[in-house]
Design a binder for this molecule. Structure first.
Ligand SMILES: Nc1ncnc2c1ncn2[C@@H]1O[C@H](COP(=O)(O)OP(=O)(O)OP(=O)(O)O)[C@@H](O)[C@H]1O
Length: 334
């Protein structure tokens, strides 16, 4: 295991911002720390870098305890939300800064800077002033600077959250590609599920200072351990049902899922219920147009549920509607 975190607790005064955290990151793996605002993600990342003193527990690399190793000797690269570039230096000087700090001879700087700019898609930007870069370009430079000394672990704290939505999506895809190509071991902090799922192999979900669940991206997405984690992962409706030979019966219809026979708790994301002529009847209470579909709130008997209809559909409050479960939007909780 490359990075191992055990029983890590961090206090601010008497308040435990992180409690008994346990994490493992294998060589070449990307782990996302996912959690709501204030859940302790940045604190845990800072404790791993050595920037935040720990109250108890350990951080090790390849089995060697890092407690006595200062921040700049951990060979970790850091990228923060706002990049924190040096404004009075050009792009090349910003990237070369990391090389100087690690004693790379000056004559090798230009070639390495060129190689890194190519890697982050900014060829030819060497002499550009960093104050003349867009937000996305500045984050690419920050990434190149962090990668310059070939860190053994790259730590990214909300690297895309300062960018607007479209750019953010594109940069997430580019970054995922870059991380895979360079086979770097990385820890990413984000509160954005999409970003975690685009970038990471595994996720750890943090809530109120505790890691609630950790595992492969898909398994956490499909099998959240409890309602809190499920809600954080986009589940809006919970539905209890009974499974018999892979078919789950609920009051909103039946759905095929790979589960053991017996009682089962389903967590439905909005697209877990869709409009269908054969479905369970209900009444639309609200309809909101989204880019790819029409989002509905529907009263079905005693429950109010979220559902979706195709983008071209025309539903208004008061309209009758029929809904059917869609396994793609359904998680098994617990
Ligand atoms: N320097 C500090 N002194 C006291 N309390 C702090 C300090 N830094 C963070 N906290 C508190 O510790 C908790 C965890 O904060 P942290 O920044 O780690 O959360 P986060 O999950 O990264 O949140 P966000 O997504 O909003 O950045 C919060 O309740 C926060 O108010």
């Amino acid at each position: 295991m490359a990075l191992t975190v055990r029983d890590l607790t961090v206090h601010y005064g008497s308040f435990a911002a992180v409690r008994d955290a346990k994490l493992d990151i294998a060589d070449g793996e990307v782990l996302a720390l996912l959690g709501p605002s204030g859940s302790g993600k940045s604190t845990l990342l800072r404790a791993i870098t050595g920037l935040e003193p720990v109250s108890s527990g350990s951080v090790s690399w390849d089995g060697a305890d890092l407690a006595a190793v200062p921040v700049h000797k951990r060979e970790f690269g850091l990228v923060f939300q706002d990049g924190q570039l040096f404004p009075h230096r050009d792009v090349a000087a910003n990237i070369a800064f990391g090389l100087r700090m690690h004693g790379v001879p000056r004559e090798r700087h230009a070639a390495r800077v060129e190689e890194l700019l190519k890697l982050v898609g900014l060829e030819g930007y060497e002499r550009r002033r960093v104050t003349e870069l867009s937000g996305g370009q500045a984050q690419r430079v920050a990434l190149a600077r962090a990668l310059a000394p070939e860190p053994r672990l790259l730590l990214l704290d909300e690297p895309l959250s300062g960018l607007d939505a479209g750019l953010r999506e594109q940069l997430a895809i580019d970054l995922a590609d870059l991380l895979r190509r360079s086979k770097i071991t990385a820890l990413l902090v984000t509160h954005d599920q999409e970003e975690a799922f685009t970038l990471a192999d595994r996720v750890a979900v943090l809530d109120a200072g505790e890691i609630r669940q950790e595992g492969a991206v898909r398994s956490v997405w499909n099998r959240p351990v409890d309602d809190t984690v499920a809600r954080f992962l986009g589940v809006t409706t919970f539905l209890d049902g009974t499974a018999v030979e892979g078919v789950v019966r609920t009051e909103l219809g039946t759905v095929e899922l790979e589960v053991d026979d017996g009682p089962v708790r389903l967590g439905l994301r909005p697209h877990g219920l869709k409009v269908s002529a054969e479905g369970v009847p209900g009444e639309v209470t609200a309809a909101v147009h989204r880019r790819e579909h029409l989002r509905l709130v529907v009263r079905c008997g005693e429950s109010t549920v979220d559902a979706i209809a195709p983008a071209g559909a025309d539903f208004r409050a008061g309209d009758p509607v029929r809904l059917e479960p869609d396994p793609d939007g359904i998680a098994v909780v617990g």
